[in-house]
Design a protein around this ligand. Sequence first.
Ligand code: UDX
Length: 432
Amino acid sequence: MKLCMIGTGYVGLVSGVCFSDLGNNVICVDNDVKKVENLKKGVIPIYEPGLDELVLKNYNNKRLKFSTDLKNSILKSDIIFICVGTPTKKNGNGADLSQIYNVAKEIRKSISKFKIIITKSTVPITTGDEIEKIISQKVSKKFFSVVSNPEFLREGEAIRDFTYPDRVVIGTNDRRSNKILKNLYSPLISKGAKYINTTRRAAELIKYASNAFLATKVTFINELANLCEKIDVNIEDISIGMGLDKRIGGRFLRAGPPYGGSCFPKDTKAIASTADKFKTNLSVIKSVIKSNDNRSSLLLKRVFNILKNKIKNKKICFLGVTFKANTDDMRDSSSLSMIPSLIKKGAKINYFDPTGEKDDFKKLKNVNFSNNIASAVKDSDLIIIHTEWNDFKSINFKKIVMNKKFIIFDMRNIYTAKKMKNLNIKYFGVGC
Ligand code: UDX
């Protein structure tokens, strides 16, 4: 099939490349000329394991193309995926849909035969209705169908998540589009993915509800971790004990820093704000947002306690600064608020991240990037394990820290207190 992905950000690029790998002809369009030029040279704008190889393979066999020419790309394609950004509005909690609507206005200029227009970006409920309205102002409804097909790709696992999804959700009442899309996804369905056809609004809501629920799970276990710290119980035991109940499930029950990234913070705010518009109070999600917003300062207080409030001139090392492992994404990472707060109190920060130095910290005084673990932790008073990269899972701290009295604060519980006690290392985890 001939596909066009509008927007080569995370969603558009990964989905476009994976669709081309399934044998479709895909044009990935972006209005960022530099980005498109780079992609043509094989320079990938994001860090996602396995993506470079897949881009190269499909670009070389000509199933994958990159372009800045939106009009022509739409004309040549049967299925158009809208994958542009839907950030949180600057002055409010709702999603800023200007990019989506601009694209809809462009699409309506280039419809000469039947096309399926799909929102893959996460868009608030009723956005599909709005897109349909915009296009139908210029084009007869018999020439297009607007469908919602949300993505559920995790950063760092996106190719696997695309290839082996738990479910494919298609929101449309139009039988013709449903048949075409079921065919498009048939290679994944035959490998076990469940295919769900529902209404467009329901598909839009499924995406938000899923992310809000996962965010709730994370926040729930994070709050329980606070209780565990007071009653000498290990949160890891609680996660295992709860997670083995099949109705609950063990995933997303790992206590740690607040949830971050490009989706959970944005989507929880957007669903609560959409519900407000429909005069429905999603109070659970609202309190999840509040609790998560508060979590970085709670963890910071713990750092102050661990260092007995003597922060000035303390050498603190962050291992990992991204919001989670296997991504270079800094969006809504708790390190963005923790590191500036610590330097304000006079700490000296060293950090190492497998994805390299971060622009966010370049201008800050007393924040230094080390390009390997050993030099980052050397002479530290406190080592904060902030992100759960595999690289940090078997470090011989005793050998490389060179400061006899160093302390570890493991915000991801990748080590155990018992193991550290045996090694005679002063160690704190989360929720224990
Ligand atoms: C998420 C959704 O999983 C995906 O379906 C959606 O389309 C995009 O948003 P992503 O943001 O890449 O994916 O990260 P995810 O792995 O879901 O983690 C989200 C946040 O929750 C991270 O900050 C992560 O560290 C945190 N988390 C996750 C926990 O703190 N504990 C857990 O047990 C699981």
